[in-house]
Design a binder for this molecule. Structure first.
Ligand SMILES: *Cc1c(COP(=O)(O)O)cnc(C)c1O
Length: 437
């Protein structure tokens, strides 16, 4: 057992300063000792209600029982063979699950990787290879990762791209549907605006893929107006381009469906998954139409660790847990608790400019009151920071996001009990009350 008298967050923070690159930062200065289905406890015994789930990863809770059991059993059988060298069943089984769970009942194939960014990189490789085209369309406020290609796909400079260039070529950015900030364009009108730019500035016949998060994550939980995604999807299929849905943050029940694309019955050509897939173990996937996925030459996709057997065992256990506990319904139910309380807070605080999201992926956008203009109300990053800090000080872990740093996002584990969720919302209520815009 850990001797509490020899380790404190303060000491660990000092050691960290002398060992860990400053380029890797943490929101909390407290160091985790253990975590469960909705709370984190630090080495000093302080507890936080977890509205972050390690950035939408531990949807089934931390150290979920089935995952612990599956990982223990696998780690005793074998830890790694490399699927490209000596294959094993669990990799195949995860691909079977991905093929059946992702949108559309067409024939599909999958490949597994280690991180979200790696999945996005591979989806782009596959799209370029199959279409014989190079241009990739990404959107304002998009986040797709921190590797060189995915930095190019990510919109925001600071902190993700600042001085890390040059970036990969043949990436083109077009406007997103962002109802609060585009004058409330309909989905069809916002899509027409983006598609017109694509046709005029890139040329339809050059586009390999249109890459989009069905609900944007790091960019601010931006929910496109209804009709936007279906219009992009229709344009892609009419023009020989692939629609890649980056469901890395939205996938695996988070938004109340297995995948957020389902909400508008969009069937992407390729889907990238990671985060919620394996209860906290690193795993990612690309799933798509068989004709696309099988067009790649043998050996063209892979990696040493991709689809590691321990991560695959955890993924199978996580998916089983999501099914057994019906966590898609749980996400919808969490929304029915969160949304009315957040809407009520918005009526009380003029600096809450928007309440949005779906399922257990909900956010509030903080603004300067009475500043509505053509680009929407002025973002209020300082109030956002103040509220987040007040929450952290009172035992609620909330994350911020957004291009303007003015969005507080709520991603509780889907297994969070109602009383814990409500206690978290109580803390948020007090933090908002103690913040003057
Ligand atoms: C987190 C995220 C990524 C990158 O995943 P990593 O595992 O951090 O590389 C890509 N796309 C979206 C939508 C994400 O939320």
């Amino acid at each position: 057992m850990r001797d509490k008298t020899v380790t404190s967050s303060e000491e660990l923070h000092k050691r960290r300063g002398a060992a860990v690159s400053r380029g890797v930062s943490s929101m909390l200065a407290s160091y985790v000792e253990h975590a469960s289905g909705g709370t984190l406890t630090d080495v000093d015994g302080r507890e936080w209600i977890d509205f972050g789930s390690g950035i939408a990863v531990t949807s089934i809770g931390n150290s979920a029982p089935r995952v612990v059991e599956a990982v223990k059993a696998q780690v005793e059988r074998f830890t790694h063979t490399c699927f490209m060298v000596a294959p094993y069943e669990s990799y195949v089984a995860v691909c079977e699950q991905l093929n059946s769970l992702t949108p559309g009942d067409h024939d599909k194939r999958s490949a597994l990787f280690n991180s979200g960014a790696e999945a996005v990189e591979n989806a782009v490789k596959i799209a370029r290879h199959t279409t014989g085209r190079q241009a990739v369309v990404a959107f304002d406020h998009a986040y797709h990762g921190r590797t060189n290609l995915t930095m190019a796909l990510t919109a925001k400079s600071m902190p993700y791209k600042h001085r890390f260039g040059p970036f990969a070529g043949e990436i083109y950015r077009v406007p997103m549907s962002y109802p609060l900030r585009d004058g409330g364009l309909t989905g069809a009108a916002a899509a027409a605006r983006s598609l017109d730019l694509i046709e005029k500035q890139i040329g339809a016949e050059n586009v390999a893929a249109v890459l989009i998060e069905p609900i944007q994550g790091e960019g601010g939980f931006v929910v496109p107006a209804p009709g936007f995604l279906p219009a992009l999807s229709a344009w892609a299929s009419a023009n020989g381009a692939l629609l890649i849905a980056d469901e890395i943050q939205t996938g695996f029940c988070r938004t109340g469906d297995w995948f957020a694309s389902e909400h508008e019955s969009v069937v992407p050509d390729l889907v990238t998954t990671a985060k919620g897939i394996a209860g906290g173990l690193p795993l990612a996937g690309v799933t798509g139409r068989t004709d696309i996925m099988d067009a790649i030459h043998p050996g063209g996709l892979g990696g040493t660790y991709g689809g590691n057997p321990i991560a695959c065992a955890a993924a199978l256990a996580s998916i089983e847990t999501m099914r057994e506990l019906d966590l898609c319904s749980a996400a919808r139910r969490l929304e029915t608790v969160m949304r009315p309380r957040l809407n009520e807070l918005a009526t009380r605080h003029a600096f809450i400019g928007d309440v949005r999201g779906r399922g257990a992926m909900i956010a509030i956008e903080l603004v300067e009151p009475e500043t509505d203009g053509p680009g929407g109300p002025t973002p209020n990053a300082s109030a956002t920071q103040a509220v987040a800090k007040a929450c952290h000080a009172s035992g609620l872990l909330v994350l911020t996001c957004g291009t303007y740093g003015n969005v507080l996002r709520f991603l509780p584990p889907l297994v969070m009990p109602d009383d814990t969720l409500n206690r978290g919302l109580d803390i948020l209520t007090e933090a908002l009350a103690s913040t003057t815009s």
